[in-house]
Design a protein around this ligand. Structure first.
Ligand code: GLN
Ligand code: ZN
Length: 752
């Protein structure tokens, strides 16, 4: 048998995005939106059926986010939103906010889904949360598929994952009084599916792969002990993914689940758990061998090895082949990639191709002598061809080899001397609003409708304009605006050797926003300068320092798909080398301040604490390798998007940057307290306004904010800047706020 944990919902070519956005803009009618959703679901189910998938998921579809769907279904959303009677409008208000007809509802906050770039919406659980079955979405989808002759496996988010990932105010999620009502809702849902004739229901508990405590284990026993008494004839799958379940394996196998889904790609240890503790004879094992988080072909030899090992402990007949996690995290299908490097295509498998892999692996696994099977042979040949260049590699390089000299205290003095900035220097994070004309021009250039020269002079005109604006309002450290970049990672992917760029490789990042991660396939090299010309041009237009903006090695790595036979630490070092070359070129051209963005440094932090050190060791080493050779007077900045990195300040300190800007505008700068007490020496720009909000912030408000910051941090250590890039904003929204920001800084300076 073959199972799929979840399927991409956005459609083969991001169709859902256009429908939902169209609906929000009033251009698409509700009936059209609903019909489009039904058509997409049908298409997804039939496609999976075509590839012979036995356990096809339903309720994995979502207009915006499955976590939000679940919260809505449990009735766990604030009453205020119910003012919108229409179900979809109420739902989208929770997702996007709602400002119309005197109603003003804010969107729920978003958070990264485990270590992926998918964001889920975070509901808040309070003492007032009243759990009550409030949506029939899962049942409707089950019926819809049944109508097409497909009996799906409805997917539900598990109770512990939901409770742990939601925000809590004033409630103890482990208190039975709090969750009892929620249990009733789960029971009701299960009974419903039992009556509807569902053979399987899948309950997702990815949180089980994290470090767990005794109270988590107790919860699982109590909650699922009670729930599973009500399953009737429906068989319940406990699905885990993103790692191994070492902290709860024994508890889980002793519960009355009918099947257990384990990730054997990210959770290598799962195999050991099975060999150590055995696997119960009354359960199916869903063996997650096809990687749901990466775009490369499966190595059949590796998968067959795993399956054969499993077969020592579980009868072949009880092993169900599965994806390691939902395919939500990979692009839809390769069939739209007609411009990809032909040498690379055979190595790739997007969601649709992964369905085929499941079928092929099953056939090989069940055939007697697999080594003669044509699928096996073809796949083996593929992997024989691959060999990466490891010649330039120095295995034993330590972080300490990348020490910048002199030490920070010395450097910062030299830099202050060289830069002559006022105290409370004002700057921005790099990008300026990407106005429609910029996007249109880039599109025309890509389609070959304008020449390279025309495109470049267009970008230069944009740079001239933005330099002039920054000078006019009196910013101290200017930027060139990043107009040439579609995306801070894809741009580097497009211009470095070693990357493959897809045409349609969209992956949902949040709601209607999709990203197209570049694919790292070869060794990375820099054959040409990436950013120097535009930044140098910007600097030629002004006597103020222009800050050169680059994306750091760890962020490029984390926001790309990387070949599984390439160790991430080695790829990070290759990236570090090319970014370093760029840094040195910028320095040579007289750029005095260089910002190396590491927006995604914390995103791929391993889920288990015990693995953090190894990750930080190579990630920070790569970052330091970029900066180690620059002159003392060249000031190195970094920018990080997260505001909740309080726990990692000492690691961030190891990056040894001169200045760090980050996203703390929404947090009352509590991070500054932690910073003062940590080993971080760098100057800091906590971000004075939230770039995600279109609001124009008045001068007085910013003066107050600066005063507040100065209560927490020394005046010579503080920078004044927005909390992230301005790319997604409109000029009319941010230009006035930037102007006000500079005035506020000047007003405060006068007081000293
Ligand atoms: N330099 C980038 C910009 O300004 C940083 C973006 C980010 O942190 N996500 O857009
Ligand atoms: Zn940012």
């Amino acid at each position: 048998m073959k199972s799929v944990v979840g399927f991409p919902r956005i459609g083969p070519q991001r169709e859902l995005k256009n429908y939902v956005e169209g609906y929000l803009e009033g251009k698409v009618k509700k009936e059209e939106l609903e019909k489009a959703a039904r058509d997409l679901r049908k298409y997804h189910w039939l496609l999976q059926k075509e590839y012979g998938i036995d356990l096809i998921p339903s309720n994995d579809f979502s207009f915006y986010d499955h976590f939000l769907d679940h919260a809505v279904m449990l009735g766990a959303v604030p009453a205020a939103y119910r003012i919108l009677e229409d179900e979809i409008d109420c739902y989208l208000a929770l997702a996007k906010g709602y400002q119309r007809d005197g109603i003003d509802l804010k969107a729920l906050p978003m958070k990264k889904w485990f270590f992926t770039n998918y964001h889920y919406l975070v509901p808040t659980l309070t003492a007032d949360t009243e759990f009550k079955l409030s949506s029939d979405k899962p049942f409707t989808e089950f019926k819809e598929a049944w109508h097409e002759g497909i009996k799906t496996k409805p997917v539900l988010l598990g109770a512990l994952t939901f409770l742990k990932l939601a925000r809590k105010t004033g409630v103890d999620i482990y208190n039975k009084h709090f969750w009892e009502k929620m249990l009733e809702v789960y029971i009701e849902i299960l009974c419903h599916f039992n009556t509807a004739g569902a053979d399987f229901v899948q309950i997702d508990e990815p949180v089980l792969v994290m470090d767990l405590e005794e109270r988590d284990r107790r919860f699982l026993k109590e909650f699922y002990g009670a729930l599973l008494k009500n399953k009737g004839k429906t068989r319940v799958i406990l699905q885990t993914y993103f790692g191994d379940i070492r902290d709860v394996y024994q508890e889980i196998v002793s519960l009355d689940f009918d099947a257990l889904g384990l990730d054997l790609v990210d959770g290598k240890l799962n195999l050991e758990l099975i060999s150590q503790y055995g696997f119960p004879e009354d359960k199916l094992l869903l063996a997650g061998i096809v990687n749901g988080r990466n775009v490369f072909r499966n190595n059949y030899q590796t998968s067959i090895d795993i399956l054969q090992k499993l077969a020592h402990y579980v009868d072949k007949g009880r092993i169900v082949l599965s994806t390691s996690c939902s395919l939500l995290l990979v692009p839809y299908s390769l069939k739209y990639e007609n411009e990809l490097d032909e040498k690379v295509v055979p190595y790739l498998a997007f969601a649709e191709e992964k369905l085929q892999e499941l079928s092929e692996i099953e056939e090989i696994f069940l055939s007697g002598d697999f080594s003669k099977h044509s699928f096996y042979l073809k796949n083996a040949e593929l992997w024989n061809l691959v060999a990466t260049d490891q010649s330039g590699e120095k295995e034993k390089e330590e972080e300490n080899e990348y020490i910048r000299v002199p030490a920070w205290e010395e450097r910062i003095k030299v830099q202050k001397e060289a830069l002559q900035l006022p105290f409370l220097p004002t700057t921005t994070i790099g990008s300026f609003p990407q106005t429609p004309d910029v996007r249109a021009m880039r599109g025309r250039f890509k389609r070959g409708e304008v020449t390279k020269e025309e495109y470049e002079s267009f970008i230069k005109a944009k740079i001239e304009r933005v330099i002039k604006f920054q000078e006019e309002i009196g910013l101290d450290v200017l930027v060139h605006g990043e107009y040439e970049r579609n995306d801070m990672v894809e741009f580097f992917g497009e211009n470095l050797e070693g990357f493959v760029i897809t045409k349609n490789g969209w992956v949902q990042s949040y709601g209607t926003r999709c990203v197209k991660p570049p694919i790292i396939f070869y060794d990375i090299k820099r054959k040409k300068k990436l950013t120097v010309d535009y930044i140098k041009y910007a600097q030629s237009l002004t006597s103020k320092p222009v800050k050169g903006i680059l994306t750091g090695p760890v962020t490029i790595l984390n926001w790309s798909f990387v070949r599984e036979d390439m160790p991430p630490d080695r790829v990070a070092m290759q990236l570090a080398q090319v970014i370093k070359e760029e840094v040195l070129d910028l320095e040579k051209e007289g750029i005095k301040i260089i910002q190396i963005d590491e927006a995604a440094l914390l995103e791929k932090l391993p889920l288990r604490k015990s693995e953090h050190k190894t990750y930080f060791d190579w990630a920070i080493k790569a970052f330091k390798a970029v900066c180690a050779g620059v002159k003392p007077q060249t000031q190195i900045h970094t920018h990080m998007c997260y505001s909740n990195f309080d726990d990692y300040l000492d690691e961030i300190a190891r990056m040894d940057v001169d200045v760090i800007t980050f996203e703390a505008a929404k947090s009352d700068f509590t991070l500054l307290d932690g910073i003062r007490e940590s080993s971080l020496q760098a100057e800091v720009g906590p971000g004075i306004f939230d770039v995600h909000s279109p609001r124009i912030v008045p001068v007085e408000e910013m003066e107050k904010l600066i005063t507040r910051m100065l209560e927490k941090i020394e005046k010579d250590r503080l920078w004044i800047n927005p909390d992230c890039g301005l790319k997604t904003r409109k000029e009319e929204e941010v230009f006035p706020t930037l102007k006000n920001m500079v005035v506020a800084a000047r007003e405060i300076r006068k007081k000293f």
